[in-house]
Design a protein around this ligand. Structure first.
Ligand code: PMP
Length: 371
């Protein structure tokens, strides 16, 4: 078997040991004579998996006791609507910081929910120019640029914009306002101070598992304050009160998260993972900067993402040629998002440094031949 050098943005490459364990246990989980997929979600075998997944995540990500870890279905996109449904009370306003396409979507959904439930979503800062041109979404705002409403119900931002390759390398100042973060594409690539957040959510399909499941790390007080006049199934309280087992959860996805968490631990935890991720990002950005006249990385250096590296070549024809040459080397997932074009390399936890070094070598060589 030859594994692809998979640089997909999500669903993305998963750690091989996590997949191998799933393969080995697929037909017979722990001598029970059935797959974990076939077990009842109320049975003790599945329950042990469920709790191992969340307790390992708590330990590795440093989630404090004040916060609960929830597994929610529907993708991070569902949370775009579910967060204002829960935490934007009637007559109140919530602040949004927009630094790319995903923040735009979160803000748009909050506006819709606000209209339905008599609240307001307010734009506190954007680094978009509105014309979709070169200078749009190439950086994160400074704290003074974020025009915060001290009475806001919460402040929402996207810590890493997967399409634009723009990442916050600090936690923005929120004062006393609860801070809510979409960390879908940079959750658990390093340790962060979780106590600073009222709520962090992340689609699993980048650093923690397969798609279709969202990890939510929420302060218990915030969850308790959530609205009760929305359907029970959309209340995060329902998930929290039932330990993410209110209805049938995606058991196999949670099982895979458990396998990925075991792998993170075996690798030495998030400190070791962070070091490797920084090496990977440096290797790639250095290769691009070494041929800066050929490759154009549009994002300001201070806001460059460690997870998603975006760049362009002098022409679309050259981009196609590079993709074809990469494909011959079994490198896949390098095409930029269809909305922005160009190239995008995703460097999630399970991408080894060797893949990135091979790609950096190809980039150097390609620039010399075509520059
Ligand atoms: N937020 C961010 C930052 C993302 O990258 C994505 C997906 N790529 C989403 C939200 C939406 O996730 P999903 O497709 O799981 O709804």
């Amino acid at each position: 078997m030859t594994r692809a050098l998979n640089f997909n943005a999500g669903p993305a490459t998963l750690p091989l040991p996590a997949l191998e364990l799933a393969r080995d246990e697929l037909l017979d989980f722990g001598g029970t004579g059935m797959s974990i997929m076939e077990h009842s979600h109320r049975g003790k075998d599945y329950e042990a998996v469920h709790h191992e997944a969340s307790s390992l995540m708590r330990e590795l990500a440093g989630v404090p006791d004040t916060h609960q870890i929830l597994f929610v279905q529907g993708g991070a996109s569902q949370l775009f609507a579910q967060i204002p449904m829960n935490f934007l009370p009637a007559g109140k306003s919530a602040d949004y910081v927009v630094t790319g396409a995903w923040g735009e979507k979160a803000f748009a959904e909050a506006q819709v929910v606000g209209k339905m439930l008599a609240g307001t979503a307010r734009l506190a800062a954007t680094t978009g120019t509105g014309d979709g041109k070169d200078k749009s979404y190439v950086r994160v705002p400074t704290d003074p640029e974020i025009q915060r409403d001290p009475a806001a119900a919460y402040l929402h931002y996207t810590s890493n914009e997967t399409i634009h390759g723009v990442e916050f390398h600090r936690i923005p100042e929120a004062g006393n306002v609860p801070l809510v973060c979409d960390a879908s594409s940079d959750f658990m690539w390093r340790k962060v101070d979780m106590s600073r957040f009222a709520l962090v959510y992340a689609g699993a399909q980048k650093n923690v598992g397969p798609s279709g499941i969202v990890v939510v790390v929420a302060h218990k007080d915030l969850v308790a304050q959530g609205r009760k006049d929305i359907p029970k199934i959309f209340q995060l309280r329902t998930v929290a009160d039932n330990d993410s087992l209110y209805n049938t959860p995606p058991t196999f996805s949670i099982y895979l998260i458990r396998n990925v968490m075991r792998w993170v631990k075996a690798e030495g935890g998030l400190d070791a993972i962070e070091k490797r991720n920084r090496d990977k990002a440096k290797t790639l950005y250095d290769a691009l900067d070494a041929h800066a006249g050929f490759y154009r990385a549009p994002v300001d250096k201070e806001s460059r993402s460690v997870m998603n590296v975006v760049f362009r070549l002098p022409s679309e024809a050259l981009e196609e040629q590079l993709l074809a040459e990469a494909k011959k080397r079994r490198m896949v997932g390098l095409k930029g998002h269809r909305s922005v074009g160009g190239m995008r390399v995703s460097l999630y936890n399970a991408v080894p440094l060797e893949w990135v070094s091979s790609l950096a070598e190809l980039l150097g060589d390609f620039a010399k031949r075509n520059g």
